[in-house]
Ligand binder design. Sequence first.
Ligand SMILES: [Zn+2]
Length: 338
Amino acid sequence: MVKKLNYLLPTHQSPDGHGGTVWSSLSASGGRSTESRIGRGHLTLRRASQKRFVLAAVIFVLLAAAAFFVALALLKSAPKDLRVTVLDVGQGDAIFVEFPSGSRWLIDGGPDEGVVSQIDRLIAISDRRLTGVILTHPHADHVTGLIHILRRYKVEKALLPSATHTTSEYLTFLKELRAQNIQTTPVNHPFVWSGSEGQTSWRWEFFYPERDFTEPVQDLNAVSVVSRLTFGEQSFLFMGDAPVEVEKLLMAEGRNLRAAVLKVGHHGSASSTSDDFLGVVRPQYAVISAGAGNPFGHPAPATLKRLQAFGAHTYRTDKHGWIQFKTDGKTLTISSAR
Ligand SMILES: [Zn+2]
């Protein structure tokens, strides 16, 4: 032990007298011969040196740990790629979209406050800021988590379809938006956002709804916000709970629905994701957000069969947990919780 330490013990103060140490380069045998000549006083001095060494080592380890956590926080808050994460929120939808420059959007919030811990896993705990939330439609399995998000994060904007609904969850969400004075935009006509991130250009096209719904709506799924995000060469199609009728309308309008990743409509229910639609979208990957053992039988075996027939690799939150896509605009990588 002593032999080893001899290499590292500071032997004397630096010439400038400011406490800097010069590290010994004594050989092991040199150290032994020095030891044989020294008396008690020297040994006390040596113990003091050892203490200084231990202290220096502890400080070094603490600083290294601090640097590691700062680097980790920076990495967490500044991804290099676009990241689209289908969160594991049980029976509902919540999709977190993070741009490399730092803007963050949450499409739906799932059925409860579970979404908060899912997002906390992805971003630095000190950075509780979202660019915006998009509510696809007012059903509780999409809106409830957003109430918790508005209360826990600083949210700048909100997009939602213009349709009336009177459940307490939806009304609480609207009240929270008003109370916080969050800029709220109805999706009632097709529009496009676009921009670039470094060399990569992106477009976020909002196809649907195309109008305000002033009359009571029979099937609220049919007011779902449908959008397509293109980042470089990769595209994502977010369907909300849109049924086949909406798919048909978008196809009849000749919208460009091609997407490498399809967030499957309505938790994989049989009333969405028709053969015709899949023929147009031609997804490489399909993602279904559904709770394990949910009472609706989502996803429907018929939908899974259709996706399989089209060769789409299908990921499901009830089986895989959260599912994350990352792209630099060219390649696409997928990871999941399990
Ligand atoms: Zn739903």
